[in-house]
Design a protein around this ligand. Structure first.
Ligand code: NCD
Length: 315
């Protein structure tokens, strides 16, 4: 029997089982092979229409989803908040219901409100894929990150991964913690006290405030961007960006002083010279561009498996 996902929507990694994640990975392996062919397209989703609704800025995630949908031969409509009637005061449900009236089967949404994707899934009849909901989750990013670690190191199980930076405001961090733990990795978070949520150890992660100690411990370092747009403007989380990068930025000197060769990741967009220097981002220890490449295969797998599940329940 064909394996199916246990969920109708991809709202967060928290809802997925280890088997779901492994199913997505093996499907992504097949699609990655397709993406390396001269004709990078399969007809699997010819009967599906997907709407990409981006209420928040995005470059790579939006392009990656759009490419994934097109490589599966789905029909695609794009919407970005800055050019829409949201600006005229329309509610989220009204906006989406109007789009669904045009017979859309799946909605990929990015929104600044945590929980907005769950809310939508409870009110409309379409499969929902969360492309980032505020500070809550960014499930496809975590899937492509874990998939890239599996590709580089052979497996995720037993690996030590440190997530460095603005953990408090990062949906990438939360989704990565769930995903890596479900796959059996050990996870540490590292950053200034002000950017690490209190009681985060309850999620089963280690906490380290000294970057060099964290780097010595890990096999993989995932360097995150400071989420200035989500921080409270009245609070100062660190004295200056320069001071932050001296303490928590990764440069070649720190990387080369380690006793082993670690793998360096970043979800993008990079602020070169803040959380990571150019020579590290472009070094042979960095898998940043592999992450981007794998993002398309992972998103194809997620969309394909959700569509397959939807067809199954409609029959
Ligand atoms: C991340 C995001 O939007 O949460 N980026 C991404 O999806 N490529 C991380 C970030 O913005 O720093």
């Amino acid at each position: 029997m064909e394996k199916k996902l246990s969920v109708d929507h991809l709202l967060g990694i928290k809802d997925l089982t280890k088997e779901d994640i492994e199913l997505i990975f093996s499907q992504a392996d097949e699609f990655k092979e397709v993406l390396n062919r001269p004709i990078k397209k399969v007809p699997s989703l010819r009967d599906i229409t997907v709407a990409n609704l981006f209420f928040e800025n995005s470059t790579r995630t939006r392009l990656s989803f759009e490419l994934a949908e097109k490589r599966l031969s789905a029909d695609v409509v794009n919407f970005s908040a800055s050019t829409s009637s949201v600006k005229k005061g329309e509610t989220l449900i009204d906006t989406v219901n109007n789009i669904l009236a045009m017979k859309v089967d799946m909605v990929v949404m990015r929104h600044s409100a945590p929980g907005s994707c769950l809310f939508l899934s409870q009110h409309i009849d379409a499969a929902i894929v969360n492309a980032g909901d505020g500070t809550h989750e960014h499930p496809t990013q975590a899937l492509l990150d874990a998939y890239s670690i599996r590709e580089k190191l052979g497996s995720v199980k037993g690996k030590k991964v440190v997530i460095v930076g603005d953990i408090t405001h990062s949906r990438v961090a939360i989704s990565n913690i769930y995903c890596l733990q479900k796959l059996g990795a050990q996870v540490m978070v590292c950053g200034p006290t002000t950017l690490i949520p209190r009681h985060i150890e309850k999620m089963g992660v280690l906490v380290e405030h000294n970057l060099m100690k964290a780097l010595e411990w890990c096999d993989v370092a995932n360097m995150l961007r400071i989420q200035l747009e989500r921080q409270d403007v009245n609070v100062s989380y660190f004295p200056s960006l320069r001071e932050y990068s001296m303490q928590y930025g990764l440069d070649k000197k720190k990387l080369d002083s380690l006793s082993k060769k670690i793998v360096v990741m970043h979800p993008g967009p990079i602020n070169r010279g803040v959380e990571i220097t150019s020579d590290v981002a472009d070094s042979d220890q960095s898998i940043i561009l592999d992450q981007v490449e794998n993002g398309v295969a992972i998103r194809m797998a997620v969309i394909y498996l959700l569509a397959q599940r939807r067809r199954g329940t409609a029959e």
